[in-house]
Design a protein around this ligand. Structure first.
Ligand code: NAD
Length: 244
C-alpha cells in the first residue's frame, strides 16, 4: 500500500475502465481525488463509492476548461492522464481525420493537462505524472493498431521528455503500458466484430495467462508508480506475460 494521505490527485477518463478503478484505488490510499470525464452522469457515481472523490465534467480536448478546472482545484500532487481511444486500422486504410482526432485525444490532451498542472508542481518542487500508454507501443508492434500504436508511442516520448527536463526539480513522469484489459471499450470492440464470443475467446487464447487483465490490476500499478519516489522516465508493462 502507498500512503497518499494529504495528496491531491487528478485522474482523467475516470467514469469507467482503468481511470475509474484508479480513482477508487487512489481514494482507498487516502488521497483526495478529482475524477474527470466527459460522461458527467457516470463519473458522478464515483462520489458515492468512496469518500474523498470529487467529480467534474471535463473534456480533455478543451484547453480553457482544463485551465479553469486546474485553477479551481489548486495544488495537484499526482496527475494521471488516462484518457485515450483505441482504433483499429493500418497505415494503408487509416482515415486521416480519425488519426488527427486520436492524436488530439491520446497525445495532445496529455500535453494540455501537463502544461496546466506542471507549473504548480514546479512551484512546490514536487509532482508525479502518470501517462497511459500501451504495450502495443512500448515493446512491440501490433497489427491493425496503426493509429493507436503511433499515438501511444508518442505518449512514451512525451513521458521521457518531461521526465528528463524536470528530474532535477522534484517532478517524476512515468508511463503505464497495459496489454488487454477488461473495460467497457474492450467490450465494445469485441462486440463490433459481430461475433463477441469468438472474438473474446481468440483474445484470451493469445494471452499467456489465459485471461484478460482487470482494471483493478492496472490501477494497483498506477497507484504504486505514482508513489514510487525513485522512479522516473520509465514505462511499466502490465500485460499478463504477453511480451515476456
Ligand atoms: P474506456 O475506453 O472504456 O473509457 C474511456 C473513458 O474516457 C470513458 O469514460 C470516456 O467517457 C472518457 N473520455 C473519452 N473521451 C474523453 C474526453 N475527450 N474527455 C474526457 N474523458 C473522455 O477505458 P479503458 O479501456 O480503461 O481505457 C483507458 C485508457 O487505457 C486509454 O488511454 C486506453 O488507450 C488505455 N489502454 C486500454 C487498454 C484496454 O485493453 N482496455 C489497453 C491499453 C491501454
Amino acid at each position: 500500500a502507498v500512503d497518499l494521505r494529504g495528496k491531491t490527485v487528478l485522474v482523467s477518463a475516470a467514469a469507467q475502465g482503468i481511470g475509474r478503478a484508479s480513482a477508487l484505488e487512489f481514494a482507498r490510499q487516502g488521497a483526495t481525488v478529482h475524477a474527470i470525464d466527459i460522461n458527467e452522469v457516470r463519473v458522478r457515481t464515483l462520489e458515492a463509492e468512496h469518500e474523498g472523490i470529487k467529480t467534474h465534467k471535463l473534456d480533455v480536448l478543451d484547453d480553457t476548461a482544463i485551465q479553469t478546472l486546474v485553477k479551481k482545484i489548486g495544488a495537484i500532487d499526482i496527475l494521471f492522464n488516462c484518457a485515450g481511444i483505441v482504433l483499429n486500422d493500418t497505415i494503408l486504410n487509416v482515415d486521416m481525420e480519425n488519426f488527427d482526432f486520436a492524436f488530439d485525444l491520446n497525445v495532445k490532451s496529455m500535453v494540455r493537462m501537463i502544461r496546466f498542472v506542471l507549473p504548480g508542481m514546479l512551484a512546490r518542487g514536487e509532482g508525479s505524472i502518470i501517462n497511459m500508454a500501451s504495450v502495443s507501443a512500448c515493446t512491440r508492434g501490433v497489427p491493425n493498431q496503426f493509429t493507436f500504436g503511433t499515438t501511444k508511442a508518442a505518449v512514451i516520448g512525451l513521458t521521457k521528455s518531461v521526465a528528463a527536463e524536470y528530474v532535477g526539480q522534484g517532478i517524476r513522469c512515468n508511463a503505464i503500458c497495459p496489454g488487454v484489459v477488461d473495460t467497457p471499450s474492450l467490450e465494445d470492440r469485441l462486440r463490433s466484430t459481430g461475433d463477441y464470443e469468438a472474438a473474446r475467446e481468440s483474445v484470451i487464447a493469445s494471452l499467456p495467462m489465459g485471461r484478460i487483465g482487470t482494471p483493478e490490476e492496472v490501477a494497483s500499478l498506477v497507484v504504486y508508480v505514482a508513489g514510487a519516489t525513485y522512479a522516473t522516465g520509465q514505462t511499466y508493462v502490465i500485460d499478463g506475460g504477453l511480451t515476456m
